[in-house]
Design a protein around this ligand. Structure first.
Ligand code: GAP
Length: 473
């Protein structure tokens, strides 16, 4: 078991034998200093501004677990509700589900996770480090100390185990779900019948998943506890490739049109025949260009009839669908879209992070550089900041703020110079600041300041709601 202790900016992990392992705060594995520089700045900004920080930090942290602070949780919730609206609420053919994290253990036997879900690992007999074989450039030599004295690769299961009830033995063992989709397959008939759905239709779920990853790394990219947004779309086998292409298009336009990811930031990796599961007709990864390299954001998978068939076999309950029109029974084919919430948040942070060298003196800051998060307004943790120019204006400005926050995620800030307050809002990615000054008392107008252009314009308070709606969508 590892315990942690924090020393300066480095993380020190201590194993049971008292051996120290130094680790950078970011957990970065990439050697490229420029790119690592961007990640380190981002990790530090996330902590400084309360987006994301190590879980249990006062105890030295726990590797692979992250807490989302006030702005982080606002960003995460905005990502989840955007996905939910796009995938469930705006459609008639996808239903929602919120299932438990712990399921009957046979669910994971049926899904194959208990037998096959793992990485091949090797231990270095010399320095005692454990490595994933598929991540070793040279499979004969320890990447930590260079020794060639390695154990034979062994399978290491990633399922997290717990016990249900007061007796801690194998009969009471249970597992934290490793993916959110399995309960969707298990509940297929219940959801279909209660929602009165016919093929083709989908079931979606957002929730926590747990994997005992060997090497959690690259900030939140590979964590041990994370959230997934998954949708399983059930259809007739003959139509399944058409649906696969449909969902490829939908998911790409979600990233491009809603999250604003550019052509150079995302790409598709189509799985070749050698990469496909035996039951799958097609699969693809949507990858994002992170500062540490291209990484998988989402998978769109043709899962065939595999999951429903396995649950039918292990539960003894029929998973067949009866089609009245043709008077036939069959197991539906499934096309899945599966994306990590934490990876989407990380991609958004990387996409949004910018250092601006625009002239900022006029905004009360002596240096001419600023850090700015250019979030799309739809996910920005704070969409509008209302800032009274002076504390004397706090009362009328706060009244305006309370109006604004009925329609937008808003914040009221009265402390510090106006320049410093703008810088702070830039750093948390607020698209619009509304400044209430002494003239506002006379002319009933306020100043709107744009995060990206830093341009300011005067807008009447009466028209403010409409102007903000236009800008923020
Ligand atoms: N149901 C299919 C499934 O779970 P996956 O490729 O293992 O497929 C889907 O995971 C998505 O979940 C990934 O594309 C990624 O965004 C996210 N994900 C997987 N493992 C993760 C981890 N250890 N930390 C953070 N996100 C992870």
């Amino acid at each position: 078991m590892l315990v942690g202790a924090r020393r300066g900016r480095a993380w020190i992990r201590v194993d049971a034998k008292g051996k120290l392992e130094k680790k950078k705060e970011t957990g970065m594995s990439d050697k490229n200093t420029k790119e690592r520089g961007v990640m380190e700045k981002l990790v530090s900004l996330c902590k400084r501004r309360g987006f994301i920080f190590h879980s249990s930090e006062i105890y030295g942290g726990i590797n692979g677990f992250w807490d989302y602070g006030p702005y982080g949780v606002a960003l995460k919730r905005a990502v989840e509700s955007l996905w939910w609206r796009y995938m469930v609420e705006d459609r008639d053919d996808v239903e929602g589900l919120d299932s438990t994290i712990i399921c009957h253990p046979r669910v994971w036997k049926a899904s194959g996770h208990l037998d096959k879900f793992g990485d091949m690992m090797t231990d270095c007999r010399s320095c005692k480090a454990r490595h994933r074989v598929d991540q070793m450039a040279d499979k004969t030599e320890c990447p930590n100390c260079g020794s060639t004295d390695l154990t034979e690769p062994r399978e290491f299961n990633l399922m997290m185990k717990t016990f249900v009830g007061p007796v801690f033995d194998e009969d009471h063992a249970a597992y934290l779900r490793a993916e959110t989709c399995q309960p969707i397959f298990v509940d297929f008939h219940l959801v279909r019948i209660t929602a009165r759905q016919k093929l083709p239709f989908g079931i979606a779920q957002i929730g926590k998943a747990f994997r005992n990853e060997i090497n959690p790394r690259n900030f939140t990219f590979r964590s041990r506890e994370f959230s997934q947004m998954e949708m399983e779309f059930f259809c007739k086998d003959g139509d399944s490739m058409e649906w696969f292409e449909y969902w490829r298009g939908e998911r790409l336009s979600y990233y491009r049109d809603l999250l604003g990811f550019g052509e150079e930031e995302i790409r598709i990796h189509d799985h070749g025949p050698g990469e496909l599961a035996h039951y799958a007709k097609a699969a693809l990864d949507i990858e994002f260009k992170f500062p540490f390299g291209w990484g998988e954001l989402e998978g769109v998978h043709h899962r065939g009839t595999w999951d429903l068939e396995r649950h039918q076999e292990f539960s003894g309950e029929s998973m067949e669908y009866f089609e009245q029109e043709t008077n036939t029974r069959f197991i539906p084919t499934c096309v899945e879209t599966s994306v990590g919430v934490d990876r989407t948040v990380l991609a958004l942070l990387c996409h949004a992070y910018d250092e601006d060298t625009a002239e900022t003196k006029k905004e009360g800051k002596s240096e001419d550089a600023r850090v700015v998060l250019r979030f799309p307004a739809v996910v920005a943790p704070v969409q509008v900041a209302v800032l009274p120019l002076s504390k004397k204006l706090a009362e009328p400005a706060e009244k305006l703020y309370k109006d604004v926050r009925r329609s937008f995620r808003a914040e009221f800030d009265v402390t510090g110079s106006i320049g410093k307050r703008y810088r702070r809002q830039d750093e948390i990615g607020t698209p619009v600041c509304v400044t209430f000054d002494f003239d506002s008392l006379e002319d009933g107008a306020v100043t709107l300041r744009d995060r990206d252009t830093m341009k300011q314009e005067r807008v009447s308070v009466d028209a403010l709601g409409e102007v903000l709606r236009e800008r923020l969508g």
